[in-house]
Design a protein. Structure first.
Length: 254
């Protein structure tokens, strides 16, 4: 399966860490966010990745030229509108890559290989599947979701506590049918001036409400982290260091 990683943003809320590099290249335990993403996807059997770049694109290209990921073909696609458009614009730039089954991964979402395997390798009956996490409470920056069983009914940051059943982690799976539905909605959304200011999940919200073909899959209990603020960076560093430490123990035991 092809995975499209949306990594065009700078990550200004993480300044000064991102003053001279994009968020996806922030260092984590000997690698970068993007490198850990690619290793996790490769471990789940992904063979093709397209990284949508913007801020610091040349540095991303340089890293990918120097690093090899066995079994994984990685290409970059430059989004020239990253400074004026939100991530719906990155999806619009990459829409010609959205043919057949594929997945979208936010460039600031990191998880272990178990998450990728649960989302990509298990059968699904929904044309579009949103990966969600469930927790006791949600804050204003969480991308909250409303569900009806395994169906998504709404997604957005402004959902009330009563409406909220979980949060999107920024990892979506599309069947061939789902790809066509999503591309059509992206093109429609970008045909109006306000499209430049929209998140791509606003397109998913509209599809869920009008076509009812969006499902959810929970990864509650598995390791994942989103990188938006300095506190998130500390949490992500701790998570990845835990992976490294466990790998050392396993290699020593074996």
């Amino acid at each position: 399966m092809k995975v499209i990683i949306l990594s065009a943003g700078q990550g200004k809320r993480l300044l000064p860490h991102t003053a001279d590099r994009p968020k996806c290249l922030m260092p984590l335990a000997g690698g970068s966010v993007l490198e850990w993403q690619l290793e996790g996807l490769a471990s789940a059997g992904v063979t093709e990745v397209v990284v949508v770049t913007g801020f610091g694109a040349a540095k991303v290209d340089k890293m990918l030229a120097e690093r090899k990921f066995p079994g994984l073909t990685v290409r970059t696609l430059y989004n020239p509108f990253y400074q004026v458009a939100d991530n719906l614009g990155s999806c619009w730039v990459a829409r010609h890559e959205m043919v057949g089954a594929f997945a979208i991964l936010n460039g600031d979402t990191l998880f272990d290989g178990d998450v990728a395997q649960r989302v990509l390798q298990h059968p699904t009956t929904s044309p579009i599947t949103v990966t969600i996490n469930r927790k006791p409470a949600y804050d204003s920056d969480d991308m909250k979701v409303s569900t009806d069983g395994d169906k998504l009914t709404a997604i957005g940051k402004t959902l009330s506590a009563e409406e909220t059943d979980g949060e999107s982690i920024g990892f979506l799976r599309f069947s061939e049918e789902g790809a066509k539905i999503f591309v059509a909605e992206v093109e429609k959304s970008m045909s109006v001036p306000e499209g430049l200011r929209r998140w791509y999940l606003s397109a998913i919200d509209h599809i869920a409400k009008t076509q009812g073909c969006v499902g959810v899959r929970s990864i509650q209990g598995l390791d994942w982290c989103e990188l938006d603020f300095p506190a998130d960076y500390e949490a992500m560093q701790a998570m990845v260091q835990g992976w490294v430490d466990r790998a050392k123990v396993t290699s020593t035991t074996n």
